[in-house]
Design a protein around this ligand. Structure first.
Ligand SMILES: NC(=O)c1ccc[n+]([C@@H]2O[C@H](COP(=O)([O-])OP(=O)(O)OC[C@H]3O[C@@H](n4cnc5c(N)ncnc54)[C@H](OP(=O)(O)O)[C@@H]3O)[C@@H](O)[C@H]2O)c1
Length: 260
């Protein structure tokens, strides 16, 4: 790729929580970037982020990622500007808790549309603009490691993200593009408010701070790690998911992590 291209980072879900933290950390740690493209639905929150970071050029793209037309708009903009994407962070995501029989069809669709379809399509659209040394960071979740009764749709959507990201990493290895799936446990963000999710007492005990999760994710991506797991408790969950019999694991998951 030509070096005179604009060097950018692109962050979805930049209006709050970990996506917003990614933008702050990228602005701080990658001053050579010409722009950070930030995507979310809430324009005022993205404008506020620009005010907070006056030295950093943000390109604000107000998009609903559950709407397929957003992909076309993003694709056209990338074609026009032909930037080099040094960092792609797919941070947008949501979840609704409660048993499947209490989920609405619309709620299931929006979870799968944003968490899975948008993440895969945005990644695909960005691929031609990634090059040697570019990094892709995909927000999965610790719930990707194990089915979660009471949070089944969300956990399944994140298992999809983890599977997709691991396979893509292999596909892009020869191009020296790294792909890192970030798998945190519960993190103190608007996530629980947005999905009206009541958090279980066990999860509450292990709430991580978004800055820590994001710092670790950027470090792990720089090291080319496939999976980024912040904190000892989530490392133990990952280990348990690998060694415990599946039936026992799912039973325990339902008992310990149920949000309601
Ligand atoms: N918090 C946790 O405990 C936790 C744990 C593990 C993984 N995660 C994952 O981490 C990622 C970030 O979550 P967070 O905790 O930072 O939550 P958050 O504060 O609620 O942020 C979610 C972001 O996604 C964006 N988003 C949601 N629906 C969208 C849509 N239809 N179109 C465009 N953007 C959309 C939101 O922006 P707008 O509302 O402005 O559109 C917001 O910027 C998510 O993928 C989440 O699943 C969270």
């Amino acid at each position: 790729m030509k070096q005179d291209r604009k060097q950018i980072a692109l962050v979805t879900g930049a209006s709050s929580g970990m996506g917003r933290c990614f933008v702050r950390k990228i602005a701080e740690n990658y001053p050579f970037l010409h722009e950070i493209w930030v995507i979310a639905r809430r324009e005022e929150a993205l404008d506020a982020l620009q005010k907070e970071l006056p030295e950093t050029e943000l390109k604000i793209l107000v998009c609903d990622l559950s709407d397929r037309q957003s992909f076309q708009a993003l694709g056209e903009l990338l074609k026009q500007e032909s930037p080099r994407i040094r960092l792609l962070v797919n941070g947008a995501g949501l979840g609704h808790n409660g048993p499947v029989e209490r989920q609405t069809p619309d709620g299931i669709c929006s979870t799968v549309d944003v968490n899975c379809r948008a993440l895969m399509v945005v990644t695909r659209i960005c691929l031609p603009y990634l090059g040697r040394g570019s990094r892709v960071i995909q927000m999965a979740s610790g719930s990707a490691f194990l089915p979660q009764p009471g949070f089944a749709v969300y956990a399944a959507s994140k298992a999809c993200v983890l599977s997709f990201s691991r396979a893509l990493r292999e596909e892009l290895r020869h191009k020296k593009i790294s792909v890192t799936a970030v798998c945190p446990g519960p993190v103190r963000t608007d996530f629980f408010r947005a999905g009206a999710i009541s958090i279980s007492p066990v999860k509450k005990m292990f709430l991580a701070e978004p800055e820590k999760v994001v710092e670790r994710a950027l470090e792990d991506a720089a090291r080319g790690k496939a999976v980024s797991v912040y904190g000892i408790s989530m490392k133990l969950v990952r280990l348990a998911a690998a060694v415990l019999p599946e039936g026992l694991l799912i039973w325990l998951s339902g008992k310990l992590f149920r949000n309601v």
